[in-house]
Each structure stands twice: as structure tokens, then as C-alpha cells.
Write a protein that binds this ligand. Structure first.
Ligand code: A2P
Ligand code: 11C
Length: 336
């Protein structure tokens, strides 16, 4: 069977990669509909070597769409995803609009693929990029020895903020190298040659929403509300690829050697862990443009008898967003 597939936000940083991954993985697309705002209606986007004309989401009739991949922000998802679902489409939503609703599954394809079937509203949520890559690596460890607590500091690239984030890092870097001012627009303060410990809005408890997503989503995806997560999320001047320094406390001790062996065969994971210069993953040398979640620097926690340290790097636009959404779509079509 061939499917009518809609990509909402097709001109965005994630939407563009959704289109290329659908083509790359030979998803059975009969008809591809590219949707965005009226600003880009009439423009063309690439899909598998063809040009597809972008249509205006606001005036598009979703009747007949089988699968809709949404990545145009939370407010667009809130308004339009239920309309697509009511018209019969399975919606795979990359925003945070529905992630915490009990009747919407939140799925990492390697970790809880069985949850895809649990979708009374016809909507499946795609996790936030920082949770996604962390759980591709930690899911197998949790299954094997049980995780009690996760301490994580993230190093998140500007592409997480969309096309305007990429443009801002480029523009500011160019300006500063030419001894000009770098005014912040998309980010709160200068991002070029800087770090910003602030992603998404502040919550009443002093955490940012990006940090709270790591807590809420980890518990929902692993199906265990007892897991403690202590996150700090930081934006860094990297174009593609989020990195995470992760410390886990497990119920049963797992040695670095055991963790390395376990992760070597874990789906979606590549272990890069040699104790020499360059023997670890970085966004530029390993992750950018690639599908895997790379894990390195696996070592004991000298301060805790059941602690383990890992360094986890992945392309936030691919596994962190577009790739997992397409993998969910693959699980949906495999049901039929
Ligand atoms: P557009 O290019 O027409 O603004 P990014 O995350 O890279 O900034 O991309 C956001 C995506 O969401 C773009 O494809 C953008 O389309 C789309 N989008 C933003 N606002 C709307 C809207 N009101 N209706 C439909 N799509 C929207
Ligand atoms: C970032 N993680 O890096 C964000 C982007 O909840 O889907 C994705 C936000 C989300 O800025």
C-alpha cells in the first residue's frame, strides 16, 4: 500500500529533514503534501529529487491524508493536529503540545515501540530531542539493572531552535569576527562564542521547561514515575548535534565494561569509547548528519558505588526529531 503523507512545517529545519528521511528510507509515500504558513505557500521543497509545491496549512483540506508529521510548533499542532486526526490521519507530532496527555503515547522507536498502538486520539507524540537521545542509550541500561536517578547536563546546538537559531549563530559569528556587534534576536543573549543556561521558558520551580521535559518525558517513556532526574539544559554555539554529560545511579551495579558491551548491541546506539585523543563522539566528528546515538566516555562514578558516567551525542534534527517521527510512521504502517 502507498500512503498519502503530509508534512506540516515542511519548510522548517526539522520538516526539511523529515522529507529527506522519508525518501532515504523509501517510506511508501503515494502522495506527499508539503504544508507551511501562507508566507511560504507556492515555494518548492525537495522530496526525493522532486520539487513539491508548498501549500498553506490554513486552507488545506486534510481529508484522505493517512499520516501527518507535524513540526511547526506547539500552537499549530494544538489547532490542526486534532483536525487531521478527525479526518482519519494518524498524526505524529514533534511539538510538546500533547506529550504529557495520558491518552497520547510518547514514543522512542527503540525504547517503547509497543506504545504506538495506544492512540485513542489518533495522535502519537515525538519526544523532545534531549530526552530522545538520552533514552536510546539509557533504555537498555534501565531494562538490565534499573535506573534510580539521572543527573544530566545538556550541551544543545542552535538547530534545536529551528532555522532562525542556525541563522543567528552564523550571523553573530560573522559579525564578531568582523569586529561588529552581535545583537541577540532569537536567543536571550549572544550565542556566538558563548553558552546560555536557558532553553524554553522558566517554570515556577526555577527549572526551565526544557529541563522539566527531561524529567516528565523520561518517566513517561520508561513507564516508571519513580525515576529521579536532575537536569541542567544549556545552549551552545554548535550548529547540529546535542551532547549530554550523563551520570546514572542504578539499582544494581553495572561496570563500565558491562555497560559498553550492552550498548554495543543496543539498537540505534554506536559506542565510540577509546581512551585516546578523538576516541569519543563529538557533534561535528560523529553525530552531525548521522542517525545513531553515539556514546563514549563510559566510566565509573568514583563518588558513588552504583554510579556510571556517559557522554551521549546525537544529531538533534535527525534522531532527536525527524528520524524518530519517520520511525514511528514505519511502526504505524507495519501494523496494517
Ligand atoms: P514557514 O516557513 O511558512 O514559516 P523552524 O522550526 O525551522 O523555524 O520551522 C518552523 C516551521 O513551521 C516552518 O515550516 C514554518 O513555515 C512552519 N510554520 C510556522 N508558522 C506556521 C503557521 N502559522 N502555519 C503553518 N506552518 C507554520
Ligand atoms: C531545543 N529541544 O533544542 C529544543 C527543541 O519540545 O520539541 C525542541 C523543543 C520541543 O531548543
Amino acid at each position: 500500500k502507498q500512503y498519502k503523507v503530509a508534512v506540516v512545517g515542511a519548510t522548517g529545519a526539522v520538516g526539511e529533514v523529515m522529507l529527506s528521511i522519508l525518501a532515504e528510507r523509501k517510506f511508501p509515500v503515494g502522495e506527499l503534501v508539503a504544508l507551511a504558513s501562507e508566507r511560504s505557500a507556492g515555494e518548492e521543497v525537495k522530496f526525493g529529487g522532486r520539487d513539491v509545491v508548498v501549500q498553506d496549512l490554513a486552507t488545506f483540506d486534510p481529508t484522505g491524508v493517512d499520516i501527518a508529521l507535524f513540526s511547526a510548533g506547539g500552537s499549530i499542532s494544538k489547532e490542526y493536529a486534532p483536525k487531521f486526526a478527525a479526518a482519519g490521519a494518524v498524526v505524529i507530532d514533534n511539538s510538546s503540545a500533547f506529550r504529557y496527555d495520558a491518552d497520547v503515547p510518547l514514543v522512542v522507536s527503540e525504547v517503547n515501540p509497543d506504545q504506538v498502538a495506544n492512540r485513542p486520539r489518533g495522535i502519537i507524540a515525538n519526544p523532545n530531542c534531549s530526552t530522545m537521545q538520552m533514552l536510546v542509550a539509557l533504555g537498555p541500561i534501565h531494562r538490565k539493572v534499573g535506573i534510580e536517578r539521572i543527573n544530566v547536563a545538556t550541551y544543545q546546538s542552535v538547530s534545536g531552535a529551528g532555522r532562525s537559531g542556525l541563522e543567528e549563530l552564523g550571523r553573530q559569528t560573522g559579525a564578531l569576527l568582523n569586529f561588529q556587534q552581535a545583537e541577540p534576536e532569537r536567543f536571550q543573549v549572544q550565542i556566538a562564542f558563548n553558552l546560555i543556561p536557558h532553553i524554553d521558558e522558566f517554570m515556577d520551580n526555577g527549572f526551565t521547561k526544557e529541563e522539566m521535559k527531561l524529567i516528565w518525558e523520561t518517566r513517561k517513556i520508561l513507564g516508571d514515575d519513580s525515576i529521579q532526574v536532575n537536569p541542567t539544559a544549556v545552549r551552545v554555539p554548535v550548529f547540529f548535534g546535542h551532547s549530554e554529560a550523563v551520570n546514572v545511579e542504578t539499582k544494581v551495579k553495572i561496570t563500565p565494561e558491562e555497560a559498553r558491551e550492552l550498548l554495543k548491541t543496543a539498537p540505534g546506539v554506536e559506542v565510540v569509547d577509546e581512551r585516546k585523543p578523538g576516541g569519543y563522539p563529538t557533534p561535528v566528528t560523529h553525530a552531525s548528519g548521522k542517525d545513531a546515538v553515539y556514546v563514549g566516555r563510559i566510566r565509573d562514578d568514583l563518588s558513588h558505588p552504583r554510579g556510571l558516567n556517559l557522554w551521549i551525542v546525537s544529531d538533534n534534527i535527525r534522531k532527536g526529531a525527524a528520524l524518530n517521527a519517520v520511525q514511528i510512521a514505519e511502526l504505524v504502517v507495519a501494523e496494517r
